[in-house]
Design a protein around this ligand. Sequence first.
Ligand code: SF4
Ligand code: MG
Length: 307
Amino acid sequence: GLHGVPTSDEKQTAKDYKSDQEVRWCPGCGDYIVLNAVQSFLPTLGLKRENIVFISGIGCSSRFPYYMNTYGMHSIHGRAPAIATGLATQRPDLSVWVVTGDGDALSIGGNHLIHALRRNVNLKILLFNNRIYGLTKGQYSPTSEVGKVTKSTPAGSLDTPFNPVSLALGAEASFVARTLDSDRAHVTETLQAAAEHRGSALVEIYQNCPIFNDGAFDVLKDKDEKQRRIIPLSHGEPIVFGPEGEQSAVVRNAAGELAVAPFAEVASGDVVVHDAEREDSSFAYALSRLGGVNLDPTVTGVFRSVS
Ligand code: SF4
Ligand code: MG
């Protein structure tokens, strides 16, 4: 089986992973796509369903375990990584998944998340990021953009948002990825890579909330497929070298121009962009280690995978 999780002899389909509970998200919610992707992808792992557990916190996405025909727990706000840590460390024969949102994981449960990541507990964490508190009807969240006008920030939010990918890399997470709900093939590909990873896997999923934050990720839909794919970094892989053999990166500078810059010239505040022609995430990864450089929030893909 997968990292010691026993496999099943039964021929599984997505239907086997659907519970008898009525799915109660708003019409058009991105959560439906992710739920369907998970239910379709799990049969390909061929694990015993009784050895799979989904643990959630509080929020819209945290209703997820109800809809899965596996074991599960709808736990307390922000604490899913702590509960899942206890389970995963005591029961290595289980495939343990955490489902959380941007408020749940990054505000209420911020500490639990970073410590689960740094301990490299064998958990697959699906962070549904809709950049809003949906369940409590639309307050700004730790990932809402500066200036966001919501019921709790009528004059616009003053806070700089977290970039969950940067946060996870900073916590030395061994697998960090980002995907987009509407790109189902990429969601599935990313889930597969996360499942195969042994250790903590943080998968940020940009998730549209049509009710309180509609269209937050539309900018990504305009990108072509190639731009949205980044190949995983492998352990021990050398840092990418630029065209002239020097370490370099493609950055967008303060003037908004794209440029290939040697690492030494990359300034704090420059934004790393993906070089579609070279398809190599080493750029983004290497720069994230320099400090002061944000990963471009419009890039999806696997940012780090270290065994
Ligand atoms: Fe989905 Fe938003 Fe409705 Fe919550 S409030 S179920 S995130 S559409
Ligand atoms: Mg949210």
